[in-house]
Design a binder for this molecule. Structure first.
Ligand code: MN
Length: 231
């Protein structure tokens, strides 16, 4: 949600597994296994394809400006055919590249030798790139400004600490200033209370996501929300 206007600007695609006998399985259970086995790569492309296809459908009956954000795993990010795969998915689904945002973590770009080249190729493709959980990993500020990054997503721990422990507002303020000076937008994760929202607005954070706005929704419920907004 855009914090100053309250306008819904997009969604983040989150993975859940409806298991036939175990019921709902959360990613914390199956993602580590998928990472270990390498299955994360085909699963990742499947998610990307499904998310792009879904957004295309939604854009047809709602605002064209609606965006979708998809998390990339480290393994996926270092696949040599990453750019080709994304390009193919965009062409196949007909989604405009600027509607897609890919989320990566600090460690992924700091540890990958060819990260700059990959990020430049993504930018050439027209896709946006966000750094997820920013502030909790290892980031070299000396290198951060060399990377073509569009958005910093401030980790939820700083937001949940607002009004609870000292220093969180100051850290958020510093990240917002840093991001804006470097020409990046800021999304705050894990916004749950009106107090947090009001503080984040004062700090001029651009966007927010979290339970205050909506719990995770399945695609039908998300569709109902989009319809209610565009009526
Ligand atoms: Mn994310």
């Amino acid at each position: 949600m855009e914090l100053q206007t309250g306008k819904v600007i997009g969604f983040e695609a989150l993975l859940r597994w409806q298991h036939p006998s175990q019921g709902l399985v959360l990613p914390a259970t199956f993602i580590p296994v998928a990472e270990e086995t390498g299955l994360i790569v085909p699963i990742g492309y499947w998610i990307l394809r499904a998310a792009c296809r879904q957004l295309c459908l939604w854009q047809r009956f709602s605002a064209k400006s609606l965006t979708i954000s998809v998390n990339l795993s480290g393994r996926q990010f270092s696949q040599p055919d990453l750019i080709d795969q994304i390009d193919q998915i965009l062409q196949e689904t007909g989604l405009d590249a600027s509607s897609l945002s890919l989320e990566i973590t600090e460690s992924m770009i700091m540890e990958d030798e060819s990260a700059t080249a990959t990020l430049l190729q993504l930018r050439n493709l027209g896709v946006k790139v966000s750094i997820d959980d920013f502030g909790t990993g290892y980031s070299s500020l000396g290198r951060l400004h060399h990377f073509p990054i569009d958005v910093l997503k401030i980790d939820r721990s700083f937001v949940s600490g607002i009004g609870v422990s000292e220093g969180n507002l100051e850290i958020i303020q510093a990240i917002v200033t840093l991001a804006h000076q470097l020409g990046m937008d800021v999304i705050t994760e894990g916004v749950e209370t009106l107090e947090q929202l009001s503080e984040l607005r004062k700090l001029e954070c651009d966007y927010g996501q979290g339970y205050l706005f909506s719990r995770p929704l399945d695609s039908l419920a998300a569709e109902a929300l989009i319809m209610s907004l565009s009526l």
